[in-house]
Design a binder for this molecule. Structure first.
Ligand code: ASP
Length: 432
């Protein structure tokens, strides 16, 4: 008894030192990147050996390991989760609440972003001569009808192979519901997925051990490549986006969290910050899914029954951070090109950006592509996107952290209402 307690304490200690390590490597990596950019002379050692050699291989290697987990983990834990919930009525209720929360917070996010943009005026007095406009290629957008239809997988194996999250979610829930109905008649299959899910959780733990090195290399390479001089003419735009992201993440989400769960928002942030750091580093919501599900379960006592559904769904359709960037970008472009927008156009922007958020995949940079859809809806020149493209990486990183925080807040609220949040685990403060 005593021994197992000690073992658990050791495990916790190890886990928490890993959490702190990830955070430290994030800061150390960013500083290293800046030093490489400004102080180390260009040449073989800096560029070939470090930036495109060691940093690239170790960073991408780690990212790939995380991406490797996503589809099998989501698939197996969603099957187990929906089998555990069992009845379709409860699943439907959870699904509906999640969708309402996701859409409502996105609409709120973009409205607030438009207000912040209106106050800061990011596009007035712009010194376009010093902005390095990038080439933009606007890919074709898929119609709403097709987007809805694409949720149903024609070939589930192909969806799994392509990592198409929405069809995977539908197929896995289907299997889970049927397994719950068949009960012991499908005992072997239920056991198989449970055990497979355990294997994937164990794999996540193992892969995370490489996180400090992976995060360091990813962030060092990113910062080594960012030219900070490009930020100056766009400081007002950056400030407006970051301010709106901060308000949404630390004020609006936390009010909702506290209001619905009466749990401590400070504890939530403290426990969730490594996941935010990971999303920031990688700028991909998708790759963050396994870490988010694991952290919500282990540190906050949130059952996978809920998170296995809400987290991947959120990573695919709930992009409040992206919507915020798009709201500020609309104001920026309108001011930069001297176009006046009326109330009707703002409402169109809110509606289109909310829909665009559903269509934005959780991978780096897609928010800028769907931004063209938002600009087109109110006749803003798509060329304006070129102006902000050069500095988008850092904003992409920050908005991804906000995107996945929104999914986690929704997950906590739904889990709390469903009786699937263990308050004791949530309130537990583990030593660093
Ligand atoms: N990188 C974002 C995400 O993965 C999407 C975007 O806004 O480009 O959540």
């Amino acid at each position: 008894m005593q021994e197992s307690k000690k073992l658990n304490q050791d495990k916790e200690k190890k886990h928490f030192s890993l959490t702190s390590l990830i955070f430290l490597s994030l800061i150390a990596g960013a500083l290293t990147g800046i030093v490489f950019h400004y102080l180390v002379p260009a040449g073989y050692v800096r560029d070939t050996l470090f930036i495109d050699g060691i940093f690239y291989v170790l960073g991408q290697g780690f990212l790939r390991l995380m991406q490797m987990l996503v589809v099998p983990l989501v698939f197996s834990s969603l099957i187990c989760g929906s089998a555990a919930v069992g009845d379709t009525a409860t699943l439907g209720k959870i699904g509906l609440k999640t969708m309402v929360f996701y859409l409502a917070t996105t609409a709120l996010a973009i409205t607030m972003a438009i207000v912040v943009g209106g106050v800061i005026n990011p596009g007035t007095g712009l010194d376009t001569a010093h902005i390095k406009a990038e080439d933009i290629s606007v890919s074709e957008t898929v119609s709403i009808q097709e987007t809805i239809l694409n949720v149903i997988p024609k070939n589930p194996i192909a969806s799994l192979a392509d990592g198409d999250m929405l069809p995977i979610i539908i197929f896995a829930i289907f299997i889970g519901i049927i397994l719950a109905k068949l009960g012991s008649n499908a005992g072997t299959v239920i056991d198989f997925f449970k055990q497979f899910n355990d294997i994937m959780m164990e794999m996540t733990d193992i892969v995370m051990k490489a996180a400090p090195v992976g995060v360091f290399c990813l962030i060092a390479r990113t910062f080594a490549g960012i030219g900070f001089n490009a930020f100056f003419p766009l400081l007002k735009y950056m400030f407006a986006v970051l301010l709106a992201l901060g308000i949404h993440c630390f004020i609006i989400y936390m009010i909702l969290f506290k209001g619905f769960t009466s749990l401590s928002p400070v504890k939530f942030i403290r426990k969730f910050i490594p996941v935010m750091g990971f999303a920031f580093t990688t700028a991909t919501s998708n790759a963050t899914i396994p870490l988010s599900i694991e952290t919500l379960e282990r540190d906050m006592g949130i059952s996978r029954k809920i998170s296995s559904f809400t987290v991947p769904l959120g990573a695919t359709i709930n992009m409040d951070g992206t919507a915020i960037m798009q709201g500020v970008a609309v104001i920026f472009a309108a001011q930069a090109y001297g176009i006046t927008l009326g109330l009707e156009q703002y409402l169109t922007v809110i509606a289109t950006a909310t829909l665009a958020s559903i269509g934005t995949a959780g991978v780096p940079g897609v928010g800028l592509i769907t931004l063209s859809m938002v600009f087109n809806s109110v006749g803003l020149p798509v060329e304006a996107i070129a102006l902000i493209m050069g500095i988008d990486r850092i904003i992409d990183m920050t908005r991804t952290a906000v995107n996945i925080t929104g999914d986690a807040v929704c997950t906590a609220i739904i889990a709390h209402q469903n009786g699937s949040l263990d308050r004791e685990t949530f309130n537990e403060i583990k030593g660093e």
